[in-house]
Design a protein. Structure first.
Lengths: 260, 327
């Protein structure tokens, strides 16, 4: 079985978010990046397929040179090889542009199973995975917290509201977008990291994938006009002062509420 | 310019509130333009003709009806086929869905099928000249974004449930059946498993003390969060990252995929306030948020905010509560 895992490198969850001068995204110089947390569950799921039998795990990511780090980490965890779409022509793509690139990679790789995270921690669109599946003409399921993989199909549990689960059978090839908490993600071992150095990373351009002029900033259908700090509205009354002062105000408030 | 297609959802036999919220948004966009856009709707299910008629009269306008046994439960292939058929029949160039488990599962596929612009989880959509301005959260609620669509092609958007009021107007509309080809589906619905009964029922607690990723590790829940909960006679809750990391079982999770709570007092410690958590607690009577990040979105819904290290404030608060109760 061949499993393709799509990874995105995103700003670290603790990174300070400074808005760029043009207002359209955050400044990413000096920002520490990490693999999107949702995608780590997808990678773990793929590695479990490999642990359970014969499987090749290929990871793919789009982005500049810094993305090499994410791919090396994935290879260190146990993926077999990587595809890195490293091309300025891909930069600034909207979710459909990203999906077109990943679908083109999927078309070249012909995986039985595509695993992704449910959404990215930066854009929060949750758009790319079902788009890739539709472009490839295969079924998809999102917010998946459990999958049972057999030879030709996958039974998944999708998270619904309030803790209910929807059970769906997907015929392979298919795409599964994992929710966080779906499994316990492993760490890369030292041995794994050493071995990863010898594993192949295949660099691709947009033109290699036959998508010249179809993706990237010039082809977007959705434009981010600006990002901004949310309007706090009335917001909270902020308590200030020493810990003692803050706590005594808080205790006073809890008494007012009749709860003390 | 084309029409607007609202994809309604039925849950437990009833049209969802979120579907009427879509109508509010659809009518606002239709009314703002001078292009004579009409609001059209789609109801999908099995034996849902009455629901479609109801929706048609309550703002949905002419309503397409995809009614088949195979559509009784959500199925990605069936929904995709129904929505594409209705969008074509309605001559729609704006398709609105709710950002629900069904909506987020199918909407991006519709956008890919139509090569359309796609924007998810909007809290507001406005007509902006000939185009649209769409507003949504990014970075897990830490920042907002204003987006626009370029080009004349179709747009697919999902709306955050609860972001606007439900539509209360009426409309004249007929229902029109649409044929949906269901054979050859590659995704097959099996069943819905109800939520497991909770060992911890947070919905009945008067006070909840919740911890988030900022608590740092599972031991700190026992050392710092639990003592405050005990002192106040409160239940202990947690945000999703805590449960994902295995620090506490799922039954402690407050949020859209956990328990939705409304206590008299909710104290959020080290919780940044991702939307999925806020949905589960923002209607609490009184909310206190303690977080070291002044930009944490939790402060937007809090009544009282404290920008501080929870490891200083929470133990001091525990002690003060114990003293207040003791004396």
């Amino acid at each position: 079985m061949k499993v393709l895992v799509c990874l995105k490198q995103v700003p670290h969850s603790d990174a300070r978010l400074d808005i760029r001068d043009d207002g359209a995204w955050i400044k990413d110089d000096g920002v520490k990046f990490e693999i999107n947390s949702y995608d780590t569950y997808a990678l773990e799921q793929a590695l479990r397929v490999k642990d359970a039998g014969e499987a090749e795990v290929v990871v793919v990511s789009i982005g500049p040179d810094r993305v090499t780090q994410a791919l090396r980490t994935a290879l260190g965890m146990g993926a077999d090889r990587a595809v890195h779409v490293n091309d300025p022509e891909a930069e600034g793509s909207d979710p459909l542009g990203v999906a077109k690139i990943l679908a083109a990679v999927a078309a070249e790789e012909s995986p039985d199973l595509i695993l992704t995270g449910f959404m990215s921690e930066d854009g929060n669109f949750a758009a790319v995975p079902p788009m890739v599946a539709r472009l490839q003409g295969i079924p998809s399921a999102t917010a998946v917290v459990q999958c049972e993989i057999s030879d030709s199909s996958v039974r998944v549990e999708r998270e619904l509201e309030g803790g209910a689960m929807e059970v769906v059978d997907l015929e392979m090839p298919c795409l599964i977008a994992l929710q966080t908490g779906a499994n316990q993600v492993r760490y890369a071992s030292l041995k794994g990291i050493m071995q990863a150095k010898k594993k192949p990373v295949d660099a691709k351009t947009v033109a290699d994938l036959g998508l010249a002029g179809q993706v990237g900033a010039s082809a977007v259908k959705v434009v981010i006009e600006k990002i901004y700090r949310p309007d706090k509205g009335e917001g909270a009354e902020m308590l200030e002062g020493s810990t003692g002062e803050v706590v005594s105000q808080l205790v006073g408030k809890i008494k007012e509420l009749g709860l003390l | 310019m084309g029409n607007i297609l609202v994809v309604a959802e039925i849950q437990k036999g009833e049209l969802r509130e979120a579907s009427y919220e879509l109508l509010t948004q659809a009518h606002a966009v239709a009314g703002a333009g001078d292009a004579g856009r009409k609001v059209r709707s789609l109801v999908i299910g099995s034996g849902v003709a009455d629901a479609a008629a109801e929706f048609a009269g309550k703002g949905g306008g002419d309503t397409y009806l995809a009614d088949a046994e195979g559509l009784a439960a959500y199925n990605v292939n069936g929904w995709e086929a129904a929505i594409l058929a209705a969008a074509e029949a309605a001559e729609a160039d704006l398709i609105l869905l709710s950002n629900t488990p069904s909506g987020w599962d199918v909407a991006p596929r519709i956008a890919a099928a139509l090569d359309a612009a796609f924007v998810s989880d909007c809290f507001k959509i406005e007509a902006d000249g000939d185009g649209l301005a769409l507003y949504r959260r990014v970075f897990n609620g830490k920042l907002d974004a204003k987006l626009s669509v370029s080009g004349a092609g179709p747009v697919v958007a999902t709306m955050q449930p609860g972001a606007c009021a439900a539509y209360e107007g009426t409309s004249q509309g007929a229902t029109h059946p649409v044929e949906v080809k269901l054979d050859g589906a590659k995704a097959v619905f099996v069943e819905v498993k109800a939520a497991e009964s909770k060992g911890v029922d947070l919905t009945k607690a008067d006070i909840i003390v919740s911890g988030g990723r900022g608590v740092g590790d599972p031991e700190k829940f026992t050392e710092v969060i639990q003592p405050l909960a005990d002192a106040l006679g409160a239940a202990m809750g947690a945000s999703r990252p805590v449960v994902d990391a295995g620090w506490l079982p799922h039954e402690y999770q407050v949020g859209s995929s956990g328990q939705v709570v409304q206590p008299k007092l909710y104290i959020a410690c080290g919780i940044s306030g991702a939307i999925q958590h806020l949905v589960g607690m923002k209607t609490s009577n009184f909310i206190v948020a303690i977080n070291k990040d002044p930009d944490a979105p939790i402060f937007e819904v809090a009544d009282i905010g404290i920008v501080a290290d929870l490891f200083e404030v929470v133990p001091a608060l525990t002690k003060a509560v114990q003293e207040a109760k003791g004396g």
